[in-house]
Design a protein around this ligand. Sequence first.
Ligand code: ADP
Ligand code: MG
Length: 226
Amino acid sequence: MAAGLHLAAVERHYRDSAGRVEVLRGASLTIEPGQLVALVAPSGAGKSTLLHLAGLLEKPDGGEVFVAGQPTSTMGDDARTALRRAHIGFVYQFHHLLPEFSAVENIALPQMINGLPKTEAQARARELLAYLKLAERATHRPAELSGGEQQRVAIARAIANAPAILLADEPTGNLDPKTADHVFATLATLVRATRLAALVATHNMDLAARMDRRVTLRDGLVEELA
Ligand code: ADP
Ligand code: MG
């Protein structure tokens, strides 16, 4: 497959004091460009593990992760990092914005790491902020933004490099319902406008119901939900 995200029979296990913990036992999942998929499963089921593998932050113990059509398990760390920077955006439950930088600077940084000159990176950052109706917050630092604004800036940062894949780990888990709704709407609009393949771990069933598909993790396998 060319674009999107494809996990093929991915396995992951950890060792702890009690022995081997089998988290993923052959999990498979395909997300097409423009598709917004909810990952709904109890705590400890392996949602974050699956997102880390999909985002090339961890390597599977078996199976294969395809990003932009490329198998990644035999790649070296530099190639994986390059592929991640070019194709994958992350959003976490906590915004992880750099506290000493403004909203514009936080969104410009990943673009500058990818080689874009500062003026161009900041121009695109301002465009994204305007698109998200945050133009008047451009020079604010994270501490001067509300929780919902912080998460929308974090979403803008995640997609600043025009990735093909967006991975979000409980991105609204920290927000009140109304703010969660607004942040989710922002995310959904961006996914559809830019044809991202998006996987969003969430406990919020209302938001899950508004995504294109819902999947869960059961006994280390991905199962499609109705
Ligand atoms: P979720 O995000 O669904 O809550 P996780 O993917 O964080 O689940 O964790 C799944 C299981 O894997 C849990 O039992 C957790 O304790 C275990 N686990 C996750 N990361 C590690 C690790 N680095 N070392 C050992 N066990 C881990
Ligand atoms: Mg988790």
